[in-house]
Write a protein that binds this ligand. Structure first.
Ligand code: BES
Ligand code: MN
Ligand code: ZN
Length: 490
């Protein structure tokens, strides 16, 4: 996987500045006062920073903006980056400012003079999150990133917080790599193998193969994959770091490695984007990686349905009726509404097997959610105000957009079928909501549940606050925080 830049936290040592290669980052607040680190850089550069401040450079900068001085006289460094940020900036502000720096990280690395900063770890996390590039499918020299050295006031106080941040960055990169991979490389088998490899981190991983899925009666899930040469699989990841006997939180992900639409074939234009249709499963795998890396004191199970939606002589036809693991029958009106069929069976299996305290599913489920919310917010659907409120709070704290959508009986009524227990699509109106209503039919009585429609946020065509264009890793941070809030009491 793409390895995050190495990050170290050390006590401030201003004597290293003059000879350091790479970039030196100086933090200056709007008031223009130079802290000790800035003063040293100012002296070495014979007053460059003071001239910059006196010349009014800060007036046109807002928090998180960077101005760079290239090849500064008096230093070995290739640049001094002046970051405008208050010393008591909020965690999110610090992280976003860090991301602006992460964009600049090159192969010679970066020293950040962060002794005056209240949230140096947030700054570090922002740098590492943004310093990402997916190069696995490019030939030629791979750019390796230099180290990020955070100089802080008391490294031994700060370091214990840094490991959790590193775990989040690694989990997010794992998700982004999965989402960015093309479908001929990330087959269902390859996806399962990458998950299996996480056993090395202490996760318990089980891969359910087609014969087992058939025996379990997962007719909905299997109907999606039956037109593909790639075998359908369910991967189950268990992290039981919490109290014995505490019911786990279940995370369930849609892992359609490629969605052609099946017999209800999608148009050619833009179809290549459907390599990201395993985004929900990608986030589940990334969160589980983060939890394992930081040895979370929580019980969480992650289950993903891995499948490819292809047209072929064996593919499901529009009008076919399939039987879910729950026992309900579904008339498949549109084979392109396949994500809900995948989730229905995996959600049912998760509840039957683990009796979870709550269940959250993630899926790039509908184009309609992009029409409604664009690329800023994931759609949030829930049957439980408390769980939903806790999630929205966690997402906000992490700067990941999330917006609650309504549900209700009238939407559910759209799924009535003439010949089966339900259809897999409603009409054109409220497409994201009728999809959520379909899923709700597979949520057992009394289980608090959230459905996250991440079609608009999993992968985007322009840079975001934390990521370059492409896969974002949206949700790894919010879910990691929710787990911490719910089970770890911090
Ligand atoms: N994977 C798509 C949804 C999607 C669209 C994700 C755009 C990311 C970007 C999903 O399987 C799908 O095809 N949904 C259909 C549902 C319809 C047939 C009811 C859609 O949104 O058009
Ligand atoms: Mn589809
Ligand atoms: Zn899909």
């Amino acid at each position: 996987m793409t390895t995050p830049a190495k990050t170290t936290i050390i006590d401030t040592d201003l004597d290293r500045i003059a000879e350091a290669p790479g970039r030196i980052v100086v933090l200056i607040a709007k008031d223009g006062k130079l802290n000790a680190g800035a003063k040293r850089v100012n002296k070495l550069t014979r007053g460059a920073l003071a001239r910059m401040v006196d010349g009014g450079a800060l007036d046109e900068m807002k928090s998180g903006d960077v101005k760079s001085l290239a090849w500064p006289a008096g230093l070995k460094a290739e640049a001094v980056d002046v970051l405008c940020i208050a010393s008591r900036a909020s965690a999110i502000e610090a992280r976003k400012a860090g991301a602006a720096l992460g964009k600049l990280l090159g192969k010679k690395g970066m020293i950040v003079l962060a002794a005056s900063q209240a949230s140096p770890v947030e700054l570090m996390q922002g740098i590492a999150l943004r310093a990402y590039e997916f190069t696995a499918r490019k030939t030629g020299d791979q750019k390796t990133l230099g180290d990020v050295t955070m100089m802080v006031k008391d490294a031994s106080d700060v370091e214990p917080l840094a490991d959790a941040a590193r775990a989040i960055v690694e989990g997010t990169f794992f998700t982004r790599d999965l989402v960015n991979e093309p479908a001929n490389h990330l087959t269902t088998t390859e996806f399962a193998n990458r998950i299996k490899d996480m056993e090395g981190l202490g996760l318990k991983v089980t891969i359910l193969e087609e014969d087992k899925l058939e025996a379990l009666g997962m007719g909905c899930l299997l109907s999606v994959g039956q037109g593909s040469a790639s075998p359908t699989k369910v991967a189950v990841m268990e992290w039981m770091g919490g109290k014995d006997g505490d019911a786990p939180l279940a995370l369930v992900g849609k892992g359609v490695v490629f969605d052609t639409g099946g017999i209800s074939l999608k148009p050619a234009s833009g179809m290549e984007d459907m390599t990201m249709d395993m985004g929900g499963a990608g986030v589940v795998a990334g969160v589980m990686r983060t939890l394992a890396l930081r040895r979370a004191k929580a019980n969480v199970v992650g289950l993903v349905g891995l499948v490819e939606n292809m047209p072929s002589d064996r593919a499901t036809r529009p009008g076919d009726v399939v039987t879910s693991m729950k026992g309900d029958t579904v008339e498949v009106i549109n084979t392109d509404a396949e994500g809900r069929l995948v989730l229905a069976d995996v959600m049912w299996y998760a509840q039957e097997t683990y009796k979870p305290c709550a269940m959250i599913d993630l899926a790039t489920l509908t184009g309609a959610i992009i029409v409604g919310l664009g690329h800023e917010n994931a759609g949030v659907f829930s049957n439980d105000d408390d769980l939903c409120g806790a999630f929205l709070k966690a997402a906000e704290a992490e700067g990941e957009g999330a917006w609650r959508m309504p549900m209700g009986q009238a939407y559910d009524d759209e799924l009535k079928s003439q010949i089966a227990d339900m259809k897999n699509v409603g009409g054109r109106p409220a497409g994201s909501i009728t999809a959520a209503q379909f899923l709700k039919r597979f949520v057992q009585e009394g289980i608090p549940w959230i459905h996250l429609d991440i079609a608009g946020v999993a992968s985007v065509k322009s840079d975001t606050a934390y990521a370059p264009k492409g896969a974002t890793g949206w949700g790894v941070m919010a879910l990691n925080r929710l787990v911490a809030d719910m089970a770890e009491g911090d």
